[in-house]
Design a protein around this ligand. Sequence first.
Ligand SMILES: Nc1nc2c(ncn2[C@@H]2O[C@H](COP(=O)(O)OP(=O)(O)OP(=O)(O)O)[C@@H](O)[C@H]2O)c(=O)[nH]1
Ligand SMILES: [Mg+2]
Ligand SMILES: [Zn+2]
Length: 355
Amino acid sequence: MAEFTLDALGWNEWFASQSGRCRENDSMARVAAVDRDQLLLIGKPGYFRAKLSGKNLYESEAALQRPCVGDWVCAEKSARDQFGIVHAIFDRKTILRRKEPGDPVEYQMIAANVDFVIIVQSCRYDFNLKRLERYLVMVKDGGAVPLILLTKIDLIAPDALAAQINEIRSAGITEAVVALSNVTKEGVDNLRSILAPGKTYCFVGSSGVGKSTIINALIGRDVHETKDVSGTGEGRHTTVRRELSLLENGAMVIDNPGMRELGVLGAEGGIEASYSDVLALASQCRFRDCTHTKEPGCAVLDALDRGRIGADHYGNFMKLRKESERYQMSHAEKRKKDRDFGRFIKSVKKDLEDD
Ligand SMILES: Nc1nc2c(ncn2[C@@H]2O[C@H](COP(=O)(O)OP(=O)(O)OP(=O)(O)O)[C@@H](O)[C@H]2O)c(=O)[nH]1
Ligand SMILES: [Mg+2]
Ligand SMILES: [Zn+2]
């Protein structure tokens, strides 16, 4: 099994100053992936599986405090154990988190301790300045450095690409922009050359923009599944979990599911920009919970009747709205499960104390 130095995995002074929280038999390791209560860690001896210690489970009921990809942890693992035990999580140097849809505002961790976040947009279907600006805010908010990656340049003319870059610069955005094609490979070496050993790069962006494809190209083999996009250029959420991988040159990359999967739709996605006319109308409906299908006083249906908005536009809006609602519902159900699980843990703890 490969051996690693902690420095190669991104260890630095920030974490070293906290190493006092590890126990005698613990060693330091980094979270490469999270699968429910199981963690894939990478440390000096290489990759190994681990679980949270019981004590850590109670303390980390808040989603943001649970270990996520990129975290540094103290873990105890002897050769005969199948799983290591995580005793502590280091304070994060940077965080990447996104707002959950809903009120009050809640956050979901995307990754921890990433140095750079590569914001990916496909210049053919996905390019959107407003969304790019929101991503930039999200990245800077957590302390990482943003980079901008435009993919699929094989699908547009060079002057159209130049116009997009010009649009980015005109908006006062000064971050590095790399443009590439995974088909012709133009620009791939350019991206590779800016990835530094020991640094961690997290790729974010809509589904189908080519995140996994470019990461596979950087790794040199297909470890991340990719899939064709539909005719409309809409992705299909091929990647379902976050995973940190090591490149040959020593840089680390984290793949992510497309942001739609994470529920950006509605809150931060294109729906707002593309349907601002319908949303403005919807705010004038008589009922606050109007579904715009049959209610009296519905401003959206009224505009549809008068031909002020097209039937296609209305249909697409309703389709997206349904999709977004389905996501929010499943999200609420998931949270309920998390709460029930928290109660279960508490009751077990209480039983133990009562004994
Ligand atoms: N023409 C063209 N197609 C590309 C390019 N990069 C990726 N694709 C294709 O776009 C599709 C989606 O690519 P993925 O890498 O799966 O996209 P993703 O961003 O990982 O998507 P999620 O995992 O759903 O978030 C695949 O069919 C790729 O072959 C490119 O530069 N040009
Ligand atoms: Mg993917
Ligand atoms: Zn309405």
